[in-house]
Structures are given as structure tokens and as C-alpha cells.
Write a protein that binds this ligand. Sequence first.
Ligand SMILES: Cc1ncc(COP(=O)(O)O)c(C=O)c1O
Length: 365
Amino acid sequence: MKVPIASPVMTEKMVEAAANALRNERLTLGESVFKFEDAFAKMCGTKHAVAVSSGTAALQLALQAYGVKAGDKVVTSSMSFVATTNSYVSFGAVPGFADVLASDYTIDPAKLKAAVDGRTKAVIPVHLYGQPSHMDEIDEIASETGAVVIEDACQAHGAIYRGKVTGNLAHAGCFSFYPTKNMHVGGDGGMITTNDDKVADLCKRMRHCGRKGQYEHDVIGYTYRLNTANAAVGIEQLKMLPAWNEKRRAAAKLYDQMLKGVGDLVLPPQPTADVTPVFHLYTLRTPRRYELKAFLEGKGVGAGLNYEIPIHLQPIYRQMFGYKEGMLPVTEKCCKEVIAIPLFADITAEQVKYVVECVQEFYSR
Ligand SMILES: Cc1ncc(COP(=O)(O)O)c(C=O)c1O
């Protein structure tokens, strides 16, 4: 049996929706883009959603729309995809990092409190692997220094924290529709969610070359639009998201039950009354992850190292900022041990059982 690490869905209906948009709508900023935005805002419970070309673009525009500029400090977690910080280092803002909690890999509020200062203009909690961050504590810490909070919800479409959906837990939320995410758009794409009218309007202008009117530009902008055909796919994907997230949670529960007590494995955080995760990835922790990965791959089972190198230790970040090992001990330890095993909406119970059997075999040799 072969079980891939991820398996993006593209149905005939989604292909047809894209083809219809290509035949009948404006190719950029066509009707499907606005319909997708409305549906996405509704799902999150926010007033606005602004479709853009990627999750990175979403983070960049949200930060800039809230006035973050070169020289400002933006504090986030280093246990994330490098795009979290690339989004603002690219325009000259400076990273600050707070360590994560080993229990759920999201930013540790106590460490965040120590990391924010008068220069901190924004905080970006990352809802890693689909697990919402500790938003009440984070919002309180940020509000003490006047920093805005931008959720990196690129891995957490539809996750719930204390009754509210991600994207509606702070000043703005940023999503990625990269093909392996819980929902995608048949290519790259992103979304900014916010309840702030001015910020939504500014993001719309910045994604569209800073246009005020057709030939008038009153802000520095970019070509960060989401293509219409991709939005048409996104509309169909969004309809499936609740059922897909439910299936991911069911598969995660099966893994939890069958992997409990196996070898030295640390299992991912469990859903609680406060938190309903969406398991973008199902991650285990073991100091033997390289051996385990090679063993699984030998059995036809995909495995990922998300993230093998934390952001602050990436070569370009060491070079630019002089970061060294030992700065973020929990992040560094987790990044040395984490391994993702297959999880996707259509994974079958047989596939989950096969993966578990392979993991068990690895530990029983
Ligand atoms: C946590 C996180 N932040 C940001 C991004 C950037 O999104 P994109 O690849 O769409 O630019 C991703 C996705 O790849 C991500 O996983």
C-alpha cells in the first residue's frame, strides 16, 4: 500500500467551475473573486475578506495596512514556515521571536510578554498544524503595548477557539490556499480577514497596484490579486471545508487511539472544550525521527519534517540577524524531533491502520 503525506482534492465540479470562470468572467477581479470573499468572510464570521495571491502576500498586506513599516519589530514564533517572517523582513521590518509551548507548538504567552517592547508594532501568532494559539492571553499582552495582532491562520482554515473561528480572533487573519492546505484554490492563493473597514479597503487597493481609480494610485501597491479561475475553485473547496475538517479530526482521533503508548512517541495536542483544531498536519515527536522517516518511506508511507530548521536558524536569518542556536530552546528541540505522518481529508481507515502498523513495526524491531 502507498500512503502519501498529503493528497489535494480536485473534483470535476471544481475543474468545471474554473473553466466556467475562464469562459465567462473577467480573468482578474471577476465575479467569482467577490463571491469567494463573501463566502470566506461568512465562514470566519468577519465583516471582510480580501482575496490575494498567496498567504505570504496576505501577511505582508495586513501588516502594511496596519501601518507596520521598515524598522518596526514584529514578534512571532520561529516554529513556522519561513514565509511568516519573510512577509515583513521583505519590506525591512525586524523579527522578534518568542518560544513556543512544547504541548501545542503555538507561541508561549509568558515568553511573548518578555519579547514585546516599545518597538513592537505587531504580533503574529501562528496556528501551527491547525491548532489555534492562546489568543486571549496574546491579545491582552499585545494590547498592553498597542501592538496589532495578525493571525497566521495559513494552516488553520475553520479551526475554532472559544466559540470563534480563526481569522476572527484578532485585528486580521491571514490564510494560504497552497495546494496541501485544508482547502486550496487549484494553485497559489491567500485571504485576509478583518472587521476593519479601512484596513480591508487599503488591502484591496494594495493588492491591485495601489489603485484609487483606474489610472490613479495613492498608495504603493503590488500585483497580489487572486486570479478569477482560482477563486472559482476556492468557492467549491470552501463548501467542502467543514466536512473535510471533520474527516481530518476523525482520522487524527484514530491515530491518537492506535499510537498511544507506542515507542517514545509524543502525540499531538488533543481537542478541548476551548479548542477545535483542524489537523492541517498530524505530527508526532521522537528523537529518532530520521530513522522513522526512512523506515516509513521504505514502506510506501510519506512523512514530513515540518519544520526541520526553525526560522531563526535558516541560513538567511543567521546571516542577516546573527541568530544562533540556544536562542529558543523549546522551538529548537521540537524542530529536531517533529515528524508529520499522512493526513488528508480522504484518507481511509485502512490507510491510517497501515501507517500505524508500519510505525509499530519500526518500534518493535
Ligand atoms: C504557517 C504558514 N505561514 C505562511 C505561509 C505562506 O503561505 P503561501 O505559501 O501561500 O505564501 C504558509 C504556507 O505555506 C504557512 O504554512
